[in-house]
Design a protein around this ligand. Sequence first.
Ligand code: FDA
Length: 382
Amino acid sequence: MNADLVVVGSGLFGLTVAERCANELGLRVLVLERRDHIGGNAYSEPEPQTGIEVHRYGSHLFHTANARVWEYVNRFTSFTPYQHRVYSVHKGQVYPMPINLGTICAFFGRHLSPDEARDLVARQAAEVTRAGNLEEKAISLIGRPLYEAFIRGYTAKQWQTAPAELPAEIIGRLPVRYTFDGRYFDDPYQGLPTDGYAAWLERMADHPNIEIRLGADFFDLRESLAGAVPVVYTGPLDRYFGYAEGELGWRTLDFETSVLPTGDFQGTSVINYADEDLPWTRIHEFRHLHPERTWYPDDATVIMREFSRFAGRTDEPYYPINTPYDRARLRSYRDLAKGERDVWFGGRLGTYQYLDMHMAIAAALTLYENRLRARFAARVPE
Ligand code: FDA
């Protein structure tokens, strides 16, 4: 294909750009994808033995307050009415997460009104007035008892570092709801793609002008493309510049998937493990994401344990660490990026930013509308 535009990465950012440019501008778009499937981290596939849809990179729940994004994604898939709820295990008891009135009443073992709970948490939080590290910051937000139960062990496992040794700015806020609303997200639009993520992602890419090349690393083809074709790049920003300003820090996850001979392992889709005696941070049980799928087997289930650690250069980067060093390097990379002609950087890896799916889609629509449409305007078919 003689491409008008090369998109590096077929995650939701890359696919949105490719779809818009092919459908609206009639551009021939070549999408290069390093992995053996499209969709980036949102990808899912049926587990072969059970047929249960497994999210290969951890549970992906779609939610947004952005009506423009909701209208856009509904062009490719309908959504089930699934609303996500998460629970956390601490010392053998199960509590709803994020912390809400139900969590507080269960944890302190008494019936509290919203005002009583607010007063209790405020009194406990008053213990810390100047937060010099993550532990002090968390205590200043929710008090020591709730911090020690639900945040300390979980955070230590996520970062492999004691929270008292982590910088305070890793957490901006810790949401506490003083109602019994146990939903994980309160966005007006939420759900899961009715026939799965893979079907949604494939429909986005289904256009005669879009060619997807799987198993294709941009850096193996860069020389041959060298400046000849405009590029939207959604791979790691530091890699694009040969790590010239140093490496940006990421956390990665390891996943351990098992098929178990029971129809229900844990009774819900995600349970967090707050204590340090168990090494995993969460267990996902995918059948619960689709209670409407009555064809799932009732004598088998698929679970996935999630473990967190710092990422090396060959690991999948999942969450930006964002230390002051990272932010200084990011500024240098942004300056370098400004000097690249006809290359646009986007998405989670290309901007070194955690983005939910709806944020990646919104950012891609904005890039398309504000920059790409004007860049290719002369080519818009009559
Ligand atoms: P994404 O990472 O998806 O895609 C980038 C693609 O570029 C990848 O496929 C990669 O292989 C490819 N690539 C990189 N370098 C390349 C190169 N040199 N050549 C070719 N290809 C290259 N969001 C949400 O809304 N709800 C949720 O519940 C979750 N849950 C969640 C769990 C976990 C564990 C993670 C890590 C993330 C989430 N997310 C999420 C976030 C969601 O996955 C994210 O918003 C989107 O994947 C972002 O899409 P991008 O296209 O930016 O990146």
